[in-house]
Ligand binder design. Structure first.
Ligand code: NAP
Length: 270
């Protein structure tokens, strides 16, 4: 699996399996299928309530080869709650470290320094390898970077052709922060797009593959959620081919400023 080096020094696989909405047997089946097919990166969160299922699956695989991202909820960002949440996540995931620990959502009622101090302690205690943020605007990301005593490796945000956040991506690159694109398929909304369909013909690929390739070619990490084996497999075929610059630009110009997650997001925007 292709990976990207984080500012923390660790390698992060550029394709992961998203697990929002996957619980119980469905979650275990999808994650097992993904790992068997060669995925090494799993994206979860305390909020998804599927740590236990994921823990049961990953103990059957070589932990050293896996990259687990999880997130602390935006409602529990004070120092003690973060430490407690991390211990709970470690117990549920049946592992002794988390590869990447993210602040799930910004929370203006808690000083970011306080949360980041707890993150620093988790890294010092070797419970967490790399830290990051999620759903942070450029301004909030810069504030977090300035106030953190250890490097912020990742900002995980919604990113797909209907929400092409180029300014945020450029800012991440300038700050040496890797952008992880969540909801990369816009939860299915882009799958009937006429222009995307037209472009796929040239490459003999599906719309999902085209969009995931577009994102990877923009140097983002992608975490599509898929539950069927066919989709999980299909989403892996994004590395052995390239999209021309002209088509990259065509896809980039589709942007509709359309969010599929949290339409009240504007309250966090600059
Ligand atoms: N940090 C955050 O606040 C945040 C917010 C949202 C999401 N996320 C993360 O990002 C992950 C992905 O985002 P998402 O779950 O919102 O949406 P998504 O990955 O954009 O879309 C998932 C949908 O696309 C379908 N799909 C997947 N591969 C396909 C393919 N090859 N062909 C056709 N359909 C396909 C899936 O169907 P099937 O299930 O039937 O295969 C599912 O209905 C989440 O699971 C979560 O881990 C993070």
């Amino acid at each position: 699996m292709k990976s990207i080096k984080l500012v923390s020094g660790y390698e992060m696989p550029v394709l992961g399996i998203g697990t929002w909405g996957l619980i119980g047997e469905k979650c275990k089946e999808a994650v097992t299928t993904a790992l068997k097919l060669g995925y090494t990166h799993i994206d979860t969160a305390d909020y998804y309530h599927n740590h236990k299922e994921i823990g049961e699956v990953i103990k059957k695989f070589n932990r050293k080869k896996l990259f687990i991202t999880t997130k602390v909820q935006g409602s529990g960002l004070d120092y003690d709650s973060v430490l407690k949440d991390c211990d709970k996540s470690l117990r549920e995931l049946q592992t002794n470290y988390i590869d990447l620990y993210l602040i799930h959502w910004p929370n203006s009622s808690i000083q970011i320094e306080e949360t980041l101090k707890a993150f620093k302690k988790l890294v010092k205690d070797k419970k967490v390898r790399s830290i990051g943020i999620s759903n942070f605007s450029i301004r909030l990301m810069k504030e977090a970077i300035e106030k953190s005593e250890i490097p912020i490796s990742v900002n995980q945000v919604e990113y797909h052709p209907y929400l092409n956040q180029e300014a945020l991506l450029e800012s991440c690159k300038e700050e040496n922060v890797v952008l992880t694109a969540y909801s990369p398929l816009a939860r299915g909304d882009i799958l009937d797009d006429k222009l995307l369909k037209e472009i796929t013909k040239k490459y003999n690929r599906t719309i999902s593959q085209l969009v995931l390739r577009w994102l990877v070619q923009k140097r983002t990490v992608v975490i599509p959620k898929a539950s069927s084996e066919a989709h999980i497999k299909e989403n892996m075929d994004i590395f052995s081919w390239k999209i021309s610059e002209e088509d990259m630009n065509k896809i980039s110009s589709i942007d509709k400023r359309e969010r599929v997650v949290n339409s009240s997001f504007s309250e966090f925007e600059d």
